[in-house]
Design a protein around this ligand. Structure first.
Ligand SMILES: [Zn+2]
Ligand SMILES: [Zn+2]
Length: 153
């Protein structure tokens, strides 16, 4: 298992998604046949719809979506953030509580995916999944893709 970087333009002419937070081109990281979009500038990460579930559960396992449907979300306060797939304004939702604080993430109102600012992905995955069966796989993902060592499982 490994990962490598390549541009979306390898697949579709002149289509390079840009970072919702800082407008720099996103690069693609691949892990276990899952492609996620990463900003090397601000270290944020974009997951297309269903990709968080595939990271957490792998290919074979089915279940409810981990990311809630858009009807539970509200308009984002950071109004300049746009979906890298459709350019619509991202909406904001409370993903979980961490030590009594809300972790708010951005998502596309057309359900294209979800954006994690730098550090939010690790915080979210740890808050949601430490102590669960999924955490061994998640720890491998964080280590192999982001070099995050010694994640508690
Ligand atoms: Zn960025
Ligand atoms: Zn979108």
């Amino acid at each position: 298992m490994g990962w490598f970087k390549k541009k979306k333009s390898d697949f579709a002419d002149a289509y390079i998604p840009v970072c919702p937070a800082c407008d720099k081109p996103l690069v693609t990281l691949e892990w276990d046949n899952i492609e996620i979009d990463y900003c090397v500038n601000c270290r944020g990460t974009w997951f297309d719809r269903g990709e968080v579930e595939r990271i957490v559960r792998g290919e074979a396992t089915e279940g409810d979506p981990i990311i809630p449907p858009v009807k539970q979300m509200r308009p984002g306060k950071r109004d300049k953030r746009l979906c890298p797939r459709c350019d619509r304004k991202l909406v904001e939702f409370v993903a979980c509580q961490i030590n009594g604080n809300e972790l708010r993430l951005d998502a596309c109102p057309q359900n294209h995916g979800i954006w994690f600012d730098g550090g939010e992905l690790e915080a979210y995955l740890k808050a949601q999944f430490v102590g669960t069966a999924a955490m061994t796989r998640i720890a491998s993902f964080l280590k192999e893709v982001f070099g995050i060592q010694d994640v508690e499982v």
